[in-house]
Design a protein around this ligand. Structure first.
Ligand code: NAD
Length: 336
C-alpha cells in the first residue's frame, strides 16, 4: 500500500484527497495546509493526520506520493516551495497546473527532480480520458494519415482580474498539453488577444501554432464564456481523415476520408465517477500506477518536463501578444 499526502487543502486539494481515499492501492496518511483549520477538517474527513507545516510532515511521516495542490498568483506561485521540499525528501510528486507561473521556478523543479532522481508529474488531467487515449491511438495507427492540423478550443467563464496574463498562465496549460499530446512539440506561436468589455485582463485569445513536425494548429481560449456549455473541443485532421474530441471526455468521432461512415466513441454515462471529476480520478490513478510500476522518472506521463514545455509555449504566446502578433520561436524563450 503506497502512502500518500496532500499539500494545499482547499477546493482542488480536497478533490485529490477524495481520489486517493477512493483508490484501493494507496492510503492517505497525512494532509497539510498553512491554514491549520483546513488541515484539521480534512484530517477528520479523510482519516489522515493534520499538519500546517510541510517540513514537519516530511520529518514525521513515511510518504511515497505527495500531491501539491497549492495555488497563489496565477494559480501557480505557491507550488514551488512545497514541491521542492517534497522533491528533496525523495518523494514522487504530483503538482497542480500551472507547475509554476514563472518559468524559472518550473525549470528549478524539473532540474531538482532530475538531480534527485524522483518522479515529478503535473495534473494535466484533460488528456487523461479514454477518448483522448483512443484519439492518440488513431493518430499512431495512421487512421487520419499524415497529421496536418489540430484546432483546439478551451473556453470557460472566470472573472479573475488578478494579472494581465491570468487567463493564459492559469487555464492554458491544459490546452497546450492536449495539443502537444496529439501533435508533439510546438515550434512557433503567434497570438492575438482581446479584453471583454469591462475587463482589464487579456481574457480571450486566438493563437496560431506551428508544430515541430510541420503540422499547424490553433487555440481559441477564453475566460469570458459563462454558462454550462461544453468547454472544450479538439479537431485534428490529416491526409486520411479527421477526428473531433468533444468536451474533454464526452464524445470522440472519427471521419475517415475514405468513407462516409463515422466511428463514434462515447464516454459511458454509467462510468463511475463521471463528469469532470473523472479526469482527476484517471490522472491521479495513472500516476499511482506509474509509481507502483516503478516507471523511471524520465518516462512518466504528463511529467514536470511536459508541464515546463507548456509554460514555455504560454510565455511565447504572451511575448507574441506584446510584440503585435509577431511569430515567436519556442526555442527563443529563456527559462527565467
Ligand atoms: N487540474 C485542474 O483541472 C484544476 C482545476 C482547478 C484548479 N486547479 C489548480 O489547483 C490548484 C489549487 O486550486 P485551489 O482553488 O484549491 O487553490 P486555493 O488557493 O483555494 O487553495 C490552496 C491552498 O493551499 C494552501 N497553501 C499554500 N501554500 C502552502 C504551503 N506552502 N503549505 C501548505 N499549504 C499551502 C493555502 O493555504 C490554500 O488553502 C491551483 O494550482 C489551480 O490552478 C486545477
Amino acid at each position: 500500500m503506497l502512502k500518500v499526502a496532500v499539500i494545499g487543502l482547499n477546493h482542488i486539494g480536497l478533490l485529490h484527497c477524495r481520489v486517493y481515499t477512493d483508490h484501493p492501492d494507496v492510503e492517505l496518511v497525512a494532509v497539510c495546509d498553512l491554514r491549520a483549520e483546513l488541515a484539521r477538517s480534512a484530517a477528520v474527513r479523510f482519516g489522515a493526520r493534520a499538519y500546517d507545516n510541510v517540513l514537519s510532515m516530511l520529518a514525521e511521516e513515511e510518504i511515497d506520493i505527495i500531491s501539491v495542490a497549492t495555488g497563489g498568483l496565477e494559480n501557480g506561485s505557491h507550488h514551488m516551495e512545497p514541491a521542492m521540499q517534497a522533491i528533496e525528501a525523495g518523494k514522487s510528486v504530483l503538482v497542480e497546473k500551472p507547475i509554476s507561473n514563472r518559468l524559472q521556478e518550473a525549470r528549478m523543479m524539473v532540474d531538482a527532480a532530475a538531480a534527485r532522481g524522483v518522479r515529478l508529474a503535473s495534473n494535466l488531467n484533460h488528456r487523461f480520458v479514454p477518448a483522448a487515449k483512443r484519439a492518440k491511438e488513431w493518430i499512431q495507427n495512421g487512421e487520419i494519415g499524415h497529421l496536418l492540423y489540430i484546432n483546439m478550443k478551451l473556453t470557460i467563464g472566470n472573472p479573475n482580474e488578478s494579472t494581465p496574463w491570468i487567463h493564459l498562465r492559469a487555464l492554458h496549460p491544459h490546452s497546450f498539453d492536449v495539443l502537444r499530446y496529439f501533435g508533439g512539440d510546438v515550434a512557433r506561436v503567434q497570438s492575438f488577444m482581446t479584453k471583454a468589455p469591462g475587463r482589464t485582463v487579456w481574457s480571450t485569445a486566438s493563437i496560431n501554432i506551428e508544430f515541430a513536425s510541420g503540422a499547424v494548429g490553433h487555440l481559441t481560449g477564453s475566460y469570458d464564456m459563462h454558462g454550462g456549455h461544453p468547454i472544450e473541443r479538439c479537431e485534428a485532421g490529416g491526409t486520411g481523415g479527421k477526428f473531433v474530441l468533444d468536451n474533454v471526455y464526452e464524445s470522440l468521432t472519427l471521419y475517415p476520408s475514405s468513407s462516409d461512415e463515422q466511428r463514434v466513441v462515447k464516454n459511458s454515462i454509467f462510468a463511475s465517477p463521471s463528469g469532470f471529476d473523472s479526469t482527476f480520478y484517471n490522472r491521479i490513478g495513472a500516476f499511482i500506477q506509474e509509481v507502483k510500476n516503478n516507471v523511471p522518472p524520465n518516462e512518466i506521463s504528463a511529467s514536470g518536463a511536459d508541464a515546463l514545455a507548456v509554460q514555455r509555449i504560454i510565455e511565447a504566446a504572451i511575448l507574441s501578444q506584446t510584440e503585435n502578433g509577431a511569430p515567436v520561436r519556442i526555442s527563443d524563450i529563456q527559462d527565467q
